[in-house]
Write a protein that binds this ligand. Structure first.
Ligand SMILES: Cc1cc2nc3c(=O)[nH]c(=O)nc-3n(C[C@H](O)[C@H](O)[C@H](O)COP(=O)(O)O)c2cc1C
Length: 331
């Protein structure tokens, strides 16, 4: 039987299939089922900074609308403002660690660098094996430069890394002024891993009622190409771990990611569609492909098709259809 072990963020994973942060990973019962079906690791549902801030504002409002409040109540709220949501999250980490033997990665969703000093330390104390930072602010402010927006990533990474000893990864979007430079800078700052690329909620338009509707929640099986390209371009140029995410639905797209140099993949949509049992099917298909190819370990083929090893490295840079598709005919 081929060996599927891989190292991601310095953690030993029995295989490269990680269940991505989502509603699939928000309770111990679900996590146990994912492990039983073969998951190599899990990323817990994110702890959202915005939710914590909203909770804090509600508490503040409740306090200030009382006829009399003690001044020290405010001090307490400023120091320990987020107990409820945070405490629940810490309990999930503790219970997950007690119930599972695979690595448990906590996920924090940040919009700023300020709050994460206290939260990060608590998450580490609760026993998380690593921490994934999920950070994206839609760059709609015309008065902010790309550099100012990107500084938030570096500030958050530095704040969190200064507080904890566990590995810290960033789950990023592809929308940066210079993606290769951004990835290099995060790597230079000793990010332990980069997850490419998060999938975001997109609004849509209902043309009959002229209203805003929700876009498609789950990804499509063809959406993996962007992470494939960028992991292929970056994998032998950075020292940190790389994980692919978005649109990875089949054993074939998992194998492709490993071939371009990914250390692991993160899956959500396909497990929402097919259930946790699908992980076992994917693993069996990967075993079978490795046997057919004569590969005993993932390291026998990982990175074999990254840009610098590929027979046509220029294909990774090609973005225009140009002459290659001049004779393309549609029937
Ligand atoms: C319903 C749903 C909830 C999600 N919640 C989170 C979240 O809390 N934090 C996060 O970092 N990503 C979240 N994601 C993104 C997933 O972790 C994953 O990166 C993304 O869906 C792309 O993978 P996929 O194509 O396999 O779904 C969510 C995705 C879905 C579909």
């Amino acid at each position: 039987m081929p060996n599927l072990t891989t190292n991601y963020l310095g953690l030993d994973l029995k295989n490269p299939i990680i269940v991505a942060s989502s509603g699939l990973t928000d309770s111990v019962e679900k996590l146990v089922e994912l492990e039983e079906n073969g998951a190599g690791a899990v990323v817990l549902k994110s702890l959202f900074e915005e939710e914590i801030i909203m909770e804090m504002e509600e508490q503040m409002h409740a306090m200030t609308s009382r006829p009399y409040i003690y001044p020290e109540t405010f001090d307490y709220m400023q120091e320990e403002p987020h107990e409820d949501i945070l405490r629940k999250y810490l309990r999930l980490i503790e219970e997950a660690k007690a119930a599972l033997s695979i690595p448990v990665i906590a996920s924090i969703n940040c919009v700023s660098a300020e709050k994460w000093t206290y939260f990060s330390r608590e998450i580490e104390k609760a026993g998380a094996d690593a921490m994934e930072i999920n950070l994206f602010v839609l760059p709609t402010d015309m008065n902010r430069s790309g550099e100012e927006n990107e500084k938030i990533y570096f500030d958050v990474l530095k704040t969190v890394k200064d507080q904890v000893a566990i590995p810290v990864s960033l789950k990023i979007s592809p929308y940066h002024s210079n993606l290769a430079n951004m990835v290099k800078k995060l790597d230079d700052m000793d990010a332990d891993g980069i997850v490419m690329f998060n999938r975001f909620y997109s609004p849509d338009i209902d043309i009959h009622n002229l209203g805003i509707t929700n876009g498609q929640v789950l990804s499509h099986s063809d959406d993996y190409k962007n992470s494939l390209r960028w992991i292929g371009i970056m994998s032998d140029r950075v020292k940190c771990s790389l994980a692919g995410t978005t649109g990875i639905h089949t054993s074939e797209s998992i194998i492709k990611h490993l071939l371009v140099g990914a250390d692991a993949v993160q899956l959500a949509s396909v497990i929402y569609k097919n259930g946790p049992e699908y992980i076992d099917i994917l693993l069996k298909e990967i075993y079978s492909w490795m046997e057919d190819q004569g590969f005993e370990n993932i390291r026998d083929f990982k990175g074999k098709m990254c840009q610098s090893n590929a027979n046509d490295p220029a294909a990774y840079q090609r973005v225009q259809f140009m002459k290659h598709f001049r004779n393309f005919i549609m029937h």
